[in-house]
Design a protein. Sequence first.
Length: 360
Amino acid sequence: MVIVDKDVKALLNQNNIALQVDNTIYNNKLFAYLLKQKISVLVNIVYKNSGYSFLAINDLFDLKLPKISIEKQNEIVDKVTPIEQEIKVLKESKKDILGIINDVFGEEFNIELNKIEEIDKKKVFSISLKDTYKRNYNLRNSLRWNKIQEIQKVLYSKISCIEKLGNYIIETKNGWSPNSQEGEDGTLILGQEHFNYDGKLNITPTKATKATKKNISDFYIKNGDFFVSRGNTVDLVALASIVYETINKNIIFPDLYIKIIFNEEKINKEYIALLFNSFFGRYYFKYVSKGKNQTMVKISSKELHDFYLPIPTKTKQTEIVKKIKSKIDAQKEIDKQIEKKQNAISELIESVILNISKEE
């Protein structure tokens, strides 16, 4: 929910509802807070009954809001405004997870990302014949292929520990995608939406299947599994995530997942997941993935094996992981502070409404 406080040339799509509030009856800001509380309850009820969230305009007209004098409303808003300002400052101090990951890898390996971005924008490359054969077993000669070669040349120019990932992969396995339905009884199955930039697989499947097969247990996830998204958009393909939770029920990983088993004597899986999700992996998989439609491209185990990336000692890998985690945890502390201040606003409004009710 947003309050539009100035004229903007923009259109609302069909999933939005625009309301114009009578300012002689309700202060816009207080109206938004009260309505948001009511809608949260309403949407939860609709979701429980139908399995999805949908808000009809008529539902809004049936909601009941407390009667508060406009003077009292303005007093409440005056108290809320400084807390909102504190929340704004906290939000502006936050960094997104991908930004944190990229910053740490950039610092550790002395990467000048602005130079990489310049190469990424180029549309013409002059490539010598001898360079055509380098790491190019299929003799690919597209702009996309040559662009990643140029990007990696600059990316890796100051790194001495570049190695082929295939040297550390023990096994890869694609998942299984039987017919499945939202809310169906049966064995749960994961989807593409469960991958995260922080490298933690989100175990909240909503689909299930009644199908089975002899080796179905081979496709059940377990704690510690490392997965890569085999198909997605060019920006999200090959995101990596690890199962951190203890799994107490059977959950299938689908065909658009690739499970990778590494030589863990040399490899810290968390390091590889974060590196896959950083600019190292995003640039590489963006340009080596295949598919005519850029909204759905795919990679195979070959692209995984042929990925050249920085692999320092396992001790150094672990050190980088700890540094990234500590910075992400610091952002979570900011989230807690924001939530605390948002709760303070809710409590302030609720206390005023409670006092008004008692006076009546």
